[in-house]
Ligand binder design. Structure first.
Ligand SMILES: Cc1cc2nc3c(=O)[nH]c(=O)nc-3n(C[C@H](O)[C@H](O)[C@H](O)COP(=O)(O)OP(=O)(O)OC[C@H]3O[C@@H](n4cnc5c(N)ncnc54)[C@H](O)[C@@H]3O)c2cc1C
Length: 470
């Protein structure tokens, strides 16, 4: 079992320096000294219940945390699971199948954010009796304890319940509650999660034999970054629904008249509901990174490299025009690859063999930000004299082209400004102070972006592939 040692070290490094992504792994061990709370900025964060009691410096808790000093990195974890049966690509990680396509049976595609494969894989694992339960993120009806929490991890065991978990939730979620349920309820589980969350599950499994035995499949989502709860509130507020009235949101409403990356946002408040094209709302340019967790800028995993399968959007010119949505799918587990190949033969999926280079292209912007520019962000943090997590990339004081360094600094400024200015707007009950704070910095950032693309185009060195909207 996991021992209850060294929480102080984790608290003093990851948590104190803002690298906690709120996944909840550290709160899972029995009698953990950590609990997960939502902070003023709308982010789940780990907090020590009583710091004075746990002032030891041993390593176990650090080894549970995806940003912890003692934890193995994504390559080391993935090696243990996939190295014998898969090929490796340094952007995507291990793979034994790379596809692009969508679900043709049922309502998976209609009810999903992209091609519907996220829910389909979970559903297929249940249907083929490879698992007894699936663990995914669904709407949570507000109640006394959970007021204003629209989404949370939940366990489903029927196909109907699984279907209700479709759609991307760009919203904080945490694992500790649901992993405790898995511990207390025997069975075989599949769990879906963002790359750092799946890494946490793997780290927990390395220390907890019950979780290792019960969680049989990890389904990853391709990830640009996670948003705070204020992202959802900021969209709804721009649509006329103030935070205190906000009830629910759909971040990905497909518009049949538009390409897949031109989706809309639906928000519901106590007095009405509205749908607005997402790109008309401030803060929705994903490249700019408003409301991003700081931790996400220090994660170098886009393709959930420790998951058995990972699903994202095929942001490629040949697929993006189809408003119904198309997935990029990378498999690492032979059973899941076979489920997909069989269903394709049966006509239940429409899947092209994509090739790993195309999968890389489909996430071009995200990979450059996370795998290349992370070195510069690590360097910037390091020269400020604070603790930084150990990543697969080293700190680097240069980034090419030169103006990319300024873009990175503006992204960091936008991240921090969005959190602070929205909190103050909420406190004042007036969204204009948030919008007025963000607009000039975003304008500087996007003009950098334009000149960046102009330069790239004028030299004819590269085609613009993919896009910034996830
Ligand atoms: C925060 C976030 C960032 C993302 N960034 C990118 C990106 O940069 N590029 C890209 O191509 N794709 C990204 N995705 C994935 C993309 O939005 C779709 O989720 C993915 O393409 C699957 O779509 P689908 O139609 O196949 O799945 P669906 O059928 O819609 O199913 C989605 C599944 O994901 C689960 N889920 C939803 N939200 C979360 C969450 N926050 N944490 C864990 N599980 C969740 C649902 O419960 C469901 O099981 C991101 C998703 C999230 C949540």
């Amino acid at each position: 079992m996991i021992s209850n040692q060294s929480p102080q070290a984790l608290n003093d490094t990851v948590v104190a320096n803002g690298y906690c992504v709120g996944c909840g792994a550290c709160a899972v061990p029995e009698q953990s000294p950590f609990k997960i709370v939502m902070d003023d900025y709308g982010q789940y964060q780990s907090t020590l219940k009583d710091p004075s009691v746990f002032a030891t410096t041993q390593n176990d808790y650090e080894k549970l945390c995806p940003f912890g000093s003692g934890a193995p990195n994504e390559d080391e974890i993935a090696n243990q699971h996939f190295s014998e049966s898969c090929e490796h690509n340094n952007q995507v990680g291990y793979y034994n199948g790379v596809f692009a396509g969508h679900v043709t049976e049922g309502k998976f595609r209609e009810q999903g954010s992209s091609g519907g494969m996220g829910t389909w894989v979970l559903n297929e694992l249940l249907e083929k009796r490879l698992v007894d339960y699936v663990v995914h993120v669904k709407s949570e009806k507000a109640d006394q304890d959970l007021s204003n929490i629209p989404f949370k991890y939940q366990v489903s065991e029927t196909l109907e319940e699984t279907q209700q978990g479709g759609k991307s939730r760009y919203y904080p979620i945490e694992l500790s509650e649901v992993l405790k349920i898995i511990r207390s309820q025997p069975g075989r589980y599949a769990i879906v999660g963002l790359p750092c969350f799946i890494k946490s599950v793997r780290l927990l499994q390395a220390q907890d034999p019950i979780l290792a035995e019960r969680i049989q499949y990890c389904v990853g989502l391709v990830c640009g970054h996670l948003k705070s709860a204020h992202y959802a509130q900021s969209l709804a507020w721009q649509m006329g629904i103030a935070p205190q009235e906000f009830e629910s949101i759909d971040f990905r409403v497909k518009d049949p008249a538009q390409p897949a990356n031109r989706y809309s946002t639906y928000a519901k408040g106590s007095y009405g509901e509205k749908v607005v094209p997402t790109n008309q709302l401030i803060g929705t340019d994903w490249g700019a990174g408003a409301f991003k967790y700081k931790a996400c800028d220090f994660c170098d995993d886009v393709f959930a490299e420790t998951a058995d399968v990972v699903l994202g959007d095929a942001w490629l010119p040949e697929y993006v025009q189809d408003s119904h949505g198309t997935n990029v799918v990378v498999t690492r587990n032979q059973h899941i690859r076979q489920l997909i190949v069989n269903a394709r033969t049966e006509g239940r999926l429409e899947m092209d063999d994509l090739g790993v280079e195309k999968a890389v292209q489909s996430q071009d912007a995200g990979l450059r930000h996370r795998k290349v520019a992370i070195g510069y962000r690590l360097y910037c943090e390091k020269i400020s004299g604070t603790w930084v997590p150990t990543k697969r990339a080293d700190p680097a004081n240069k980034l090419k082209p030169r103006y990319e360094m300024k873009r990175q600094r503006l992204r960091t400024e936008l991240r921090s400004l969005s959190h602070k200015s929205f909190l103050s707007a909420k406190r004042n009950g007036d969204i204009t102070s948030y919008l007025d704070a963000l607009k000039p910095v975003y304008s500087r950032y996007s003009s950098q972006g334009r000149s960046f693309f102009r330069r790239v185009l004028s030299f004819g060195k590269r085609k613009i592939k993919g896009c910034f909207q996830f």
